[in-house]
Design a protein around this ligand. Structure first.
Ligand code: GAP
Length: 453
């Protein structure tokens, strides 16, 4: 039999694995899907919650200079007029004169249709905000937009937060939430969708300190990915040239990731200056000034904004963690997720379904379940169950065998090294907590032993 060789990741493999293992499904799948929309399955939602939780912990909970909020998706349309989105949130659209497919002109390398090679129409600007109507009447006065970013909810609440949170500048407001863009073209799996989640924060600073804070946040944000296990060589900052900046930005650096489809934006860090607060002050007639009581001065703060798509982050974590490894005559597919990101932390696997063993294993499962996302799996052979957990990226499997009934010990198998230790069941929870926090597998609890290398 020809030897199987580990291959490289590509998008088709990833999409198929994500669907097979319950990470991500096409939206409305039984009706043929809906382009640019995706559903997270039982494993995917755990991954998503972990990514959002890791961001929230590092941005909001572990800092004194940040508060969180959750603003509504629908806002007064005047917000989007003042922010410039009604006029400027547009992409250049071209249409193929032959097959009538539409393309975002920015994405095209040549001036012909990528699908059939046909000639293209002139560019026209297409506003990518989704419109809907409040109330039963479909008329202009009732138009509202599905927000294309969460930022505006934070700008318009600036004074509410200053007066209620006691934060002094520099400080930030952070938010995570659904956002919608009527993208001309979607694609590359969850990279560019029409409905997605953003997590971003607005960091308010004194006007002449914006450049310093901008550099600070570029570095902090790069470090966040590295701490969660993304490989350094797959991250690269990209500074936007002036002519490519969004209408609100003075400078912008993207953190780009080496996705299977090439280097692309994962997160954007923008210096939005005082543009947004000034616009809202002018349009609403409400002051957006801040009073610095230490220096007794009034000013409109500048804003540094790191903004990333949750789904793009998930795609980066999936791609970075994916590996195919030779394993005897087979290929082992494994997601080497950082434990904080891993959707399932521990799997409890009884070696057999025999009643006495199952009861013992279920007791173990019940003691672990309140501490971490734990799965119980008693189907198929132990080898296949290990492979399944590898494909889910589960850092530790706990195996219960017949000897466990006699010596009250269980085996912990580490995902990455596939090495095993045997520990007293009473020490399982604390041992797993320590391993998930980064302790070496071979640091053993009392009574523990190295089992198999
Ligand atoms: N408030 C700033 C803002 O919205 P953006 O660069 O337009 O900036 C922020 O979007 C982030 O949202 C991007 O860096 C990207 O990660 C993500 N994003 C943007 N459009 C997206 C889409 N159609 N699908 C998935 N993620 C998207």
């Amino acid at each position: 039999m020809p030897e199987k060789k580990p291959g490289k990741l590509n998008m088709e493999k990833l999409v198929s694995l994500c669907q097979r293992r319950g990470f991500i499904f096409p939206s409305s799948d039984i009706y043929g899907g809906l382009s640019g929309c995706w559903d997270y399955g039982p494993v995917g939602i755990e991954l998503k919650r972990n990514v959002k939780e890791a961001w929230w912990r590092s941005i909001v909970q572990e800092r004194d200079d940040m508060v969180g909020m959750d603003t509504s998706i629908l806002m007064n349309s005047k917000v989007w007029e003042a922010s410039g989105h009604v006029t400027n949130f547009s992409d250049p659209l071209v249409e193929c004169k032959e097959c009538h497919l539409r393309w975002k002109a920015d994405d095209l390398k040549e001036n012909k249709c990528p699908s059939c090679g046909g000639a293209l129409t002139e560019e026209r600007m297409f506003n990518t905000m989704f419109k809907t109507f409040i109330g039963p009447v479909e008329e202009d006065a009732a138009v509202v937009y599905l927000r294309p970013e969460t930022a505006q909810g934070m700008f318009v609440n600036f004074q509410n937060i200053v007066s209620t949170s006691r934060k002094r500048i520099p400080f930030g407001i952070a938010q995570q939430g659904r956002s919608f863009r009527n993208e001309i073209t979607t694609g590359n799996f969850i990279f560019r969708s029409r409905e997605f989640e953003i997590m971003e924060f607005e960091y308010f600073v004194k006007p002449d300190t914006d450049a310093k804070w901008f550099d600070y946040w570029v570095e902090e944000r790069l470090n966040w990915y590295l701490k969660l296990g993304i490989k350094k060589e797959n991250l690269k900052p990209y500074e936007h040239p002036e002519e490519k900046l969004a209408h609100y930005a003075r400078s912008c650096t993207d953190i780009t990731y080496n996705y299977p489809h090439g280097w692309s934006e994962l997160e954007g860090i923008a210096n939005r200056t005082d543009f947004d607060l000034k616009q809202h002050a002018a349009a609403s007639g409400k002051s957006m000034e801040y009073f610095d009581d230490e220096n007794k001065e009034h000013y409109i703060p500048y804003i540094v904004e790191p903004s990333l798509g949750v789904d793009r982050a998930i795609l980066a974590f999936l791609c970075d963690a994916y590996e195919e490894e030779p394993d005897k005559d087979e290929i082992r597919v494994v997601f080497h997720f950082h434990p904080d990101i891993a959707p399932i932390k521990v799997a409890v696997l009884p070696l057999s379904r025999k009643e006495n063993l199952a009861a013992f294993a279920k007791d173990v499962y019940k003691t672990l379940r309140p501490c971490f996302t734990t799965q119980y799996d008693d189907t198929q052979s132990i080898g296949r169950r290990y492979r399944r957990q590898d494909e889910l990226g589960t850092p530790y499997c706990v195996t219960i065998d017949f000897q466990s009934l006699e010596d009250n010990m269980a085996t912990i198998r580490e995902r990455d090294s596939m090495k095993q230790i045997r520990v007293p069941v009473a020490a399982l929870k604390d041992t797993l907590l320590a391993k998930l926090a980064g302790e070496d597998l071979f640091v053993l609890p009392e009574g523990g032993q190295i089992w198999k290398e």
